[in-house]
Design a binder for this molecule. Structure first.
Ligand code: PLP
Length: 383
């Protein structure tokens, strides 16, 4: 049995998505920008995908720019917005943003854009008084994620957007983990720009989108051809874009029912672990969280050992974001919440998907408690 509970790192492609993509990798291989019908016919499929992505976000199709994924969307939003108004060069982000936002903000800081970083609370939520103290009349762009990839904590971006707008700043949100798991409506949430990535919602890797509210003019990100109205040059990733469209359509259609089901499985996993693994702590237990994400601290037991033994039992989980795998440092997200390095190094992230089954959760609840018990017996860190 192979059980995949690392869906915040990436998800499997939905069969419907794969079926829709295959013709664009085989007989419909034309270049959508070509004059002849072999390619230009494909433009209709790209526009249909744009409609589907827009529908999932409550946006208009012309407000969607296709990109190579969440990282590019974040780069495009921040670098683009930072160049709009020289009188408002400041940027505000939070300590728990994805590296795609943090590294871009640092890049801009090194080019003269004052950067303020808001604290979070011990439960992983945004510290609103710290956030308010970061924004000023100088702030041109605020970028706060909609949901955190490690803890699953949901940030009330509507409130954040309001504060940003009061200071005349644009509001961008990295919604890569939120979209398809919670309802998103760019209009009622007051969002100016929003990033998504297909591979987090059962679409293919290497494709995503940036929502840019009508009326906001940011400069092109990739220079070259005229694709995406000159905003993002480069031959269309037709298969990927069509795949993202179908993934978005499936997410729109099944959002509430699927996430209700996933939420019940997550509850079952969390309560089972609390019952069977004495001393286990669910991070951010009292905060509003995505229905698919739980980070659990098995205090005194190093997460790397747990992951290795779980993998041997066929269960794949993560100790934080996949991006930090290989780096021998504890999670900056947990550290920002005030969790010390010793405890942070015991964190295991479980992230479920629409394909997770009750049987799989039962299996995890059967194999994991003895692993924790065994490791606790031999751990020099056991508390
Ligand atoms: N933002 C968040 C919150 C993420 O979780 C990820 C992926 O892990 C990204 C951005 C980057 O997306 P992509 O892998 O499509 O570049």
């Amino acid at each position: 049995m192979k059980i995949y509970l690392d869906n915040n790192a990436t998800t499997r492609i939905a069969p419907e998505v794969l079926d829709a993509m295959l013709p664009f990798l085989t007989e419909r291989f034309g270049n959508p920008s070509s004059f002849h019908s072999f390619g230009s016919d494909i433009m209709d499929d790209i526009e249909a995908a744009r409609e589907k992505v827009a529908a999932l976000l409550g946006a208009h199709a012309e407000e969607i720019v296709f990109t190579s994924g969440g990282t590019e969307s974040d780069n495009m939003a921040l670098i683009g917005a930072a160049s709009i108004n020289p009188l408002k060069p400041g940027l505000v982000i939070s300590r728990i943003e994805h590296p795609a936002v943090i590294a871009t903000a640092e890049y801009l800081k090194n080019r003269g854009h004052p950067l303020k970083i808001s604290d979070v609370n011990s439960d992983g939520t945004l510290n609103m008084s710290s956030f308010e103290s970061c924004i000023s009349e100088q702030t041109g762009i605020v970028s706060i994620m909609m949901a955190n990839n490690e803890t699953g904590v949901i940030i009330p971006v509507k409130e954040v957007a309001r504060s940003a707008h009061e200071k005349g700043a644009l509001f961008h949100t990295d919604a890569v983990q939120a979209v398809s798991k919670i309802p998103v409506d760019v209009r009622s949430m007051g969002i100016d720009m929003l990033s998504i990535s297909a591979h987090k919602l059962h679409g293919p890797k290497g494709v995503g989108a940036l929502f840019i509210r009508k009326g906001i003019e940011i400069p092109p990100f990739m220079l070259g051809g005229h694709q995406e109205k000159g905003m993002r040059a480069g031959t269309y990733n037709a298969a990927g874009i069509v795949g993202l469209g179908v993934a978005a359509e499936l997410a729109s259609r099944h959002l509430l029912e699927e996430n209700g089901r996933t939420g019940l499985l997550l509850d079952k996993l969390e309560s089972g672990l609390l019952e069977k693994c004495p001393g286990a702590v669910i991070a951010c237990a009292d905060a509003a969280r995505l229905p698919n994400t739980a980070t659990v601290l098995f205090r005194g037991v190093e997460s790397e050992a747990v992951m290795t033994l779980l993998d041997m039992e066929g269960v794949c989980v993560s100790s934080g974001s996949a991006c930090s795998t290989g780096e021998n440092s504890s999670s900056y997200v947990l550290s920002a919440m005030g969790i010390d390095a010793l405890d942070a190094n015991t964190a295991i992230r479980f992230s479920l998907s629409r394909y997770t089954t009750g049987r799989e959760i039962d299996y995890v609840l059967e194999v994991l408690p003895p692993i924790i018990e065994k490791l606790r017996e031999i751990s020099p860190y056991a508390r």
